[in-house]
Design a protein around this ligand. Sequence first.
Ligand SMILES: *Cc1c(COP(=O)(O)O)cnc(C)c1O
Length: 371
Amino acid sequence: MVDLEGQHKKIQKEVDNAIEEVVQTSAFINGPKVHVFQKELEAYLGVKHVIPCGNGTDALQIALMALNLEKGDEIICPDFTFVATAEVVKLLGLKAIFVDVDKENFTIDIDDIKRAITSNTKAIIPVHLFGQCANMEAILKITKENNLHIIEDTAQAIGANYIFEDGKRKKAGTIGAIGTTSFFPSKNLGCYGDGGAIFTDDDILAEKMRKMVNHGMEDRYHYKYIGVNSRLDSVQAAILSVKLKRLESYNSSRIKAADYYDNCFKENYKISIPKRSNYSTHVFHQYTLKLQDVDRDKLCAHLQNKEIPFGVYYPIPLHRQDPYFEERFNQDDFINTNHLCESVLSLPMHTELTPKQMDFISQSILEFINE
Ligand SMILES: *Cc1c(COP(=O)(O)O)cnc(C)c1O
């Protein structure tokens, strides 16, 4: 699905030097490289504060911890996402309120958010799924009217631009009160291990979260909050600085690959190519097709035979997973997610794809479908 080795080869020297510098100084935790990367990412995103942390799941958890929530408060999140989005909600004793997604662009459905709001709702976690922003302008309107927080889960969309109705653009993750991301190796900006970050323009929240990632410590061995141990280590930060310079070009390569795939599939009525909404650029963390009248299992077996990687993101809606299931859920509330889980298929998507590879992949799919 990804070609991290091919990508690494092109930056090997720079990465080696960056790692060696950290090793030489032995500043492995909270070293100067972390601060440098933080500043670079703040400048790239156009956000006041970046708080580096251990991974994207911790980033979400710390964001929630900073919001003064109480047990039982309700947090609205999409049903169709990676589990981390809802997991942290449950871990903190909060209530995850799952809502359906839009069947075209797979991001949280606006009307369903409105229906899900109660007097206990405190926050919404829109997920910019597969590389494209949720409808943030509509979500901002809802949160203003109802006095709710927004945490944008940007793990899959770093570098995407949200386009406001007046034409203004903002980077994904910098629109709501807090944004979070992951530097897991296969993400659009990946490190060589685990890593994550939180973004905010709010000085008070930033100060609080900066302490929370480090045990809630204010001064040495003086603690102001209950925190966690979740730090981005210096080796990862040094590598991320090398890769951040290339993020725009990495994302362009992904978009080019998506354009290529689009052309291969757009004429086939059994395949819906990814919808690109007019309020967001798409950085194609995943290239995800929707199949119609196709036996997906058989197609997957066909791809496996040809040694073509593929992914089903996601095969089961969160609301039907054991730890999240509740008797009161009504399946009619999750029609799109239920349908997507049965009909989506993600193809290899990364920065190193060649037309030859994509021809082979797409022809193999079309040959099965037209058979
Ligand atoms: C990857 C991912 C996360 C979690 O990031 P980790 O760094 O793996 O903890 C959270 N949300 C979404 C949508 C993701 O894709």
